[in-house]
Design a protein around this ligand. Sequence first.
Ligand SMILES: Nc1ncnc2c1ncn2[C@@H]1O[C@H](COP(=O)(O)OP(=O)(O)OP(=O)(O)O)[C@@H](O)[C@H]1O
Length: 256
Amino acid sequence: MLSVTNLSVRYTGSESDALSNINLSFENREFVCILGKSGSGKSTFIRCINGLQKPTNGEVFYKDTSLSNLSEKELRIVRREMGMIFQHFNLIPRLTVMQNVLTGTFGYRSTFKNLLGWFSQEEIDRAKQAIEDVELNSQMNRRVEQLSGGQKQRVGIARALLQNPNVFLGDEPVSSLDPGTSTRIFTLLQEIHERHNLLTIINVHDVELAKRFATRLIALKEGEVVFDGSPNEFSDKEFNLIYHSSSEEVKELVYS
Ligand SMILES: Nc1ncnc2c1ncn2[C@@H]1O[C@H](COP(=O)(O)OP(=O)(O)OP(=O)(O)O)[C@@H](O)[C@H]1O
């Protein structure tokens, strides 16, 4: 469903690759967590998948089509099938929960309709359902600036659901939340993942959380994949290697 081949990214002015020759493929229904130290390339990888970051080399294929071959308009169509949630939620603080969630339909509507804020009854009903799915019914008409971090992330999830996504992407969606709230958000992501048959790919710093919810773990170190396997295979040894050793030592030890 989604794959990357020989994917490399080097930012302008940088002397090293943020991502270096990554080859991975993902199937529907996988719940993938991406681990790695700060600066290892996790966000860059997610941004390549949804076409926000152009590779320096290599390709991203979504449903067998290379994103490099798509026009901006075609890319927008791909992007609307990829719901995305963010560390800082990326909501519009002064708008209500309902208004924020409805922006999830924007990729499917004309700019004219979006500017005027006209929504059909069907769109409003779907938004209500998504708000119910994330258990925020009682907050529907509150401004999001009045919500807690966990509630804000639920709004982000409901907004992404309105896109009818095939792929759910998360760029450190629980990094600013406390442990209990983080677990509840991951539980919700898992439920949504199963109910909608999604491919879910989430960057996360919390290894225990990743091991508990993911079906597959991928670890990046200095822009390279140094671990790709099931959560049971990821032990303290891998943890120490990934967070404390050089990438050459990691590859030697993990794959020896
Ligand atoms: N826009 C940019 N311009 C130049 N360099 C960048 C840019 N974005 C990221 N980088 C560099 O690319 C490398 C990978 O960054 P990236 O944000 O992908 O890592 P990350 O694993 O997501 O980090 P974090 O966990 O801190 O978010 C880092 O060295 C970073 O400094």
